[in-house]
Every structure is written in C-alpha cells, then in structure tokens.
Design a protein around this ligand. Sequence first.
Ligand code: ZN
Length: 225
Amino acid sequence: MNGVVVVSPHLDDAVFSAGATIAALGEVSVVTVFAGDPLPEQSTGWDRASGFSSSSEAMAARRDEDLAALDALGASAIHLGLLDNQYGGCSPEAVIESLHREIARLTPDLVIGPLGVGHPDHITTREALLADPPPCDLWLYADLPYCTYRWRGESRTHRRLRREGHHLDVAHPRLGNSQAKLTAIGRYRSQASLFKLDRLTVPERFWHVQPRRSAPVVHRARAAG
Ligand SMILES: [Zn+2]
C-alpha cells in the first residue's frame, strides 16, 4: 500500500482528531476498530441520545456516516467487527490480533493511532498498537474533543507512556485542510451534534512514538502455522 493507516477507535474519532491532516496526507485508510454489531441487539443511552432505537440501527447508520465523511476527505474506510465498550467490549487480545492482521495486509509507511484519553476504547486501541507496534513509523494523535478538557489526563498519559519506556516527540505533519474536515464532521449527522464543534476544530496534534523494545507478540495464526 505504502500509504497511511489512521486507526480510529469509533466511527468518527479519526476525523474528529485528525481529519484536516487526513485530507492533506494523500493515500489514507481509516481503520475503525469498534464497528461491530452486538448480538442480540441492544439499546444504550448513547445510541438513544444519538436518535437510534437499537444498536443495529445505530451501527448501520454510523457506518454509512463514516463512509460519507471519509469520502469528503478522499480516504477509504475499513470497519473491523469488534464491539464498542457500550455493548460489552472485547478482549485486549482480540484488538491486538485484529489490528495486527489489518496493518499486515495494508503494509503502510505510517500508522497513526489515538493517544488514548477520555474513553476506555481509546486506551485499549493505543495499548494494542504499543503492545505489538507496526513495522513502520507510528504516531499518536490527541483525542478530540477529550484532550481539550482533560489536560491532566493527557499529561498523565504522556508521563505514563514515558515511564513505560516509550519515547514520544512532537510530530509536524503538513498543513491540514480544515474546510474538508468541517465537511466531514457534518456527515456524522448522529454524532456531531453531541459534541461542541469548537472542541473538534482546535489544531490537531501528533506525537511520533518509538515504542519500547519488548518481546514480540506471538499471533495465533503464526503460532498455529
Ligand atoms: Zn471514540
């Protein structure tokens, strides 16, 4: 592929946190981790607040919104079938395996994932990327809107990652396309109204990560072979 993979915990995070940069980067695939449907279907407070009566209705509509939003940025969408924390979540190992498989298939030059602030699914996604780092450059993005009002959470996360042996430097991507990002945000019709727009349009921030050296993860498929 030789492009960029942006890892999005939910169907909107990559655009909210990195949409202007995605529009400027060229060949980008956005891989959304928690895009699966729970069985049997559920009805959660978040989905009701988003205007949906069931998880099936919510996830089908949100996947469509994501396709439309990423189309506005010229990026492609890949939806993994793992379950959002609000539907009961999934194991950290399942996230590691799914991301490993997708990144191995796409062979990007750069993977950009969440710093992991403000939501357990964001933390699980970051931890999966650091537990089994991709064989290419790795950046983390400031989670928007969470990092605009959880400064302590952001600085605590930085301190924790450095204490664990990961090295973080500020990354400077090329200037983003804010107008394209605004268009894309507007296509998440069910979600955008639940967040304050001015917290999604602050400057996007990124860090280049050199993950600590650790024993490689043994993947089930490889182990079986
Ligand atoms: Zn999210």
